[in-house]
Design a protein around this ligand. Structure first.
Ligand code: AHR
Length: 638
């Protein structure tokens, strides 16, 4: 292939072009990005008296545990508490433990901040809290004094004297059996935080947050996904129940099979997007729950006559985010410590409303857009129905999701080249290679579904991403999904990053996201030829960064043989070219097998290689793009 990179700028690249979609799925929030270490910390979204309500809690030395709402809870929002009955015959230390999110990382040098509420009508002795290993080693411990018959919040710190060998550790709470025998204690709203990303209170797990930050995402779509919608209207994600003191957040029975604490709430998300310097795309509830997805559903869609309260709720939410401190909801935000309004431009009306297009087209889209547009004329709206559906008012931005096979992504790498330039813009708000199954990309693992992203899949995603970047005059944003997976409890594969309480692995797709996002141009450059079916299996996009004077050539070789390109430059170069390339490891016995993944057991099987080349001619060079690889060349111009 002879490939000329011209000086001709075709258009500017929006800063939003690459980023992530976010919702709590796979314990991506609770047990993942959210720093809280104790699972089921406030017994939210559980049924008192059931064994399930005790999830992640266990008795220590024979105390009898149950979750109850019969005694008053620590707050109106948190009516459930842990009832601990000490048997009449008890002598040694006795109590209970929390096993964390399938373990707790114990790190020497860290300061852990903890708290709990306790009360007892019959016991007023000391309570000892500790971080311990399952095998009984104590890493840190503290005595709490002053329990009485009304709720009291106890705060404590742990500074472990050693790191634990693994994640098999617990948070242990005990009293002395000889003084507590026959007595009953109640506990509620526990919390234990390690140091967090940027030191934020109620913040993010440092290593996982850093993984996102390392990719410099331009966009952050939240809070879902299905998890925005709820299994029913009432269990939708309610923004106003995710703000304020943790004691005021009831949590919810969420969409993905586990309760959400909502500790990661609206303000945490907005602060997080700011920390990442990623532009938020806010999804707002549009009158359907996931119950409505089935054609046999008897659950109604909110009729137009009943929609106004939900529209008002969204208006309040937006005012909370962008209103100044003199507005009703802006003042609530200010009272929570954030005076300055947040920057918010994009409002997405619903999620995957293609499943209920009729009511969307009839009134739901219009009623939300009209009301929000009247109050916040600066907002831009994203529709979530099929791109082919006409809406009134006509949509200008559409979010349409793509989970599919490697072949689908390769076959569609040129899709946006022929997208009509008619002032509508596209957001690929969820996408990933999920399967090698060409007919059902969301089927089971035994039918082709991927457990982890593969090299083959990541290369196919990269081919599609070159198409999005090349056509970023119409594709204004894209967000990979889902992002996170706790390996001990998940609902969806593959995911960008997989982890447990201690370890994590960056997938091949993670590296592609990072390579594309970090090596970002500001303008697309025309190439000759442009990629076409004739130039497959090579797909590319060229861009120029006018702050650094670097020309980027992003190339995906989706074929199974190495391909050489003669690259010609229409601009002056300094003769240095940097390359970052993801492919099968050189000299590896696995070369030639592309269905390979980084896993928790083998986290660094496939990592990008980075090197610099001096080119003999300043206006041309040859480059061999290895079989099934993604390469980004950075050509420095003077
Ligand atoms: O990303 C997982 C799910 O896929 C999202 O919640 C939903 O929007 C899509 O169907």
């Amino acid at each position: 292939l002879n490939l000329r990179i011209t000086k001709n700028i075709t258009h500017e690249i929006p800063s939003t072009i690459f980023g992530y979609m976010w919702e709590d799925i796979n314990h991506s929030g609770d047990g993942g990005l959210y720093g809280e270490l104790l699972q089921n910390r406030a017994f939210q979204g559980v049924i008192p008296g059931t064994q399930n309500a005790l999830n992640a809690w266990q008795s220590y030395n024979g105390a009898r545990l149950s979750v109850t709402s019969k005694t008053q809870g620590v707050s109106k929002a948190l009516p459930n508490s842990l009832e601990v009955k000490i048997p009449k015959v008890a002598t040694s230390l006795i109590g209970f433990e929390n096993t964390g999110y399938w373990g707790i990382k114990v790190q020497e040098g860290w300061t852990y901040k903890g708290s709990l509420y306790a009360k007892s009508d019959s016991y007023n002795g000391p309570i000892t809290v500790s971080l311990k290993s399952n095998r009984g080693t104590t890493f840190a411990s503290q005595k709490l004094e002053g329990i009485s018959s009304s709720w009291k919040k106890f705060e404590f710190q742990f500074k472990p004297t050693a790191s634990a060998a693994d994640e098999n550790n617990v948070f242990n709470v005990v009293v002395d059996g000889s003084t507590a025998a026959g007595k009953t204690l109640h506990f509620g709203m526990f919390s234990l935080f390690p140091p967090t990303f940027k030191g934020r209170e109620n913040g993010m797990r440092m290593d996982l947050a850093q993984l996102f930050a390392d990719t410099s995402p331009g966009v952050w779509r939240f809070p879902g996904g299905n998890n925005l919608e709820g299994n029913s209207w009432d269990s939708r994600w309610k923004w106003n129940e995710t703000i304020g003191p943790l004691e005021d957040r009831p949590g919810r029975v969420a969409d993905w099979g586990y309760p959400n604490t909502d500790g990661l709430g609206l303000l945490e998300y907005l602060n997080w997007a700011e920390d990442l310097e990623a532009e938020p795309i806010l999804g707002v509830w549009s009158g359907i729950s996931t119950q409505n997805y089935s054609e046999f559903s008897t659950w109604p869609i909110v009729p137009e006559a009943d929609l106004q309260p939900y529209i008002d709720d969204v208006l309040n939410e937006i005012e909370f985010i962008v209103g100044d401190a003199n507005t009703t909801w802006g003042s609530v935000r200010a009272s929570l410590g954030r005076t300055e309004p947040y920057a918010l431009r994009f409002i997405e009306i619903g999620n995957e409303d293609q499943f209920q297009q009729d009511s969307y087209a009839a009134y739901r889209w219009r009623d939300f857009v009209d009301a929000i547009g009247a109050k916040f004329p600066q907002m831009e709206f994203l529709a979530t129905s099929l791109p082919s559906l006409a809406l009134d008012p006509p949509y200008q931005r559409i979010d349409f999701h793509q989970y599919n096979s490697p072949n689908w992504f390769i076959d569609n790498a040129l899709f946006f080249d022929s997208y009509p330039r008619n002032n509508t813009k596209w957001f690929v708000g969820e996408y990933a290679v999920t399967s090698t199954n060409e007919t059902n990309a969301l089927d089971t693992l035994t039918n082709g579904r991927l457990a982890y992203p593969t090299l083959q899949g990541a290369v196919a995603e990269a081919a599609f991403m070159t198409g999005m970047e090349r056509n970023s005059d119409v594709v204004f944003a894209a967000s990979y999904a889902p992002s996170f997976q706790h390996i001990r409890s998940y609902q969806w594969t593959p995911d960008l990053v997989t982890y447990d309480a201690q370890r994590f692995v960056r997938s091949t797709s993670y590296y592609v996201q990072q390579m594309f996002s970090v090596n970002k141009g500001t303008h697309v450059l025309a190439t000759e030829p442009t990629p076409s079916n004739d130039t497959a299996p090579l797909f590319w996009s060229a861009s120029f960064n006018n702050e650094t004077d670097v020309v980027y050539l992003k190339v995906s070789n989706t074929g199974e043989t190495d391909l050489v390109a003669n690259i010609f430059l229409d601009f002056a170069s300094t003769g240095t070219v940097s390359a970052v390339s993801l492919g099968t490891p050189p000299l590896s016995p696995i070369t030639g097998h592309f269905n390979i993944s980084n896993t928790l057991e083998e986290p660094e099987l496939i990592t990008p290689t980075i090197f610099n080349m001096a080119i003999p001619f300043l206006d041309r060079f040859n480059y061999t793009f290895p079989a099934t690889s993604v390469t980004i060349l950075g050509i420095q111009s003077p």
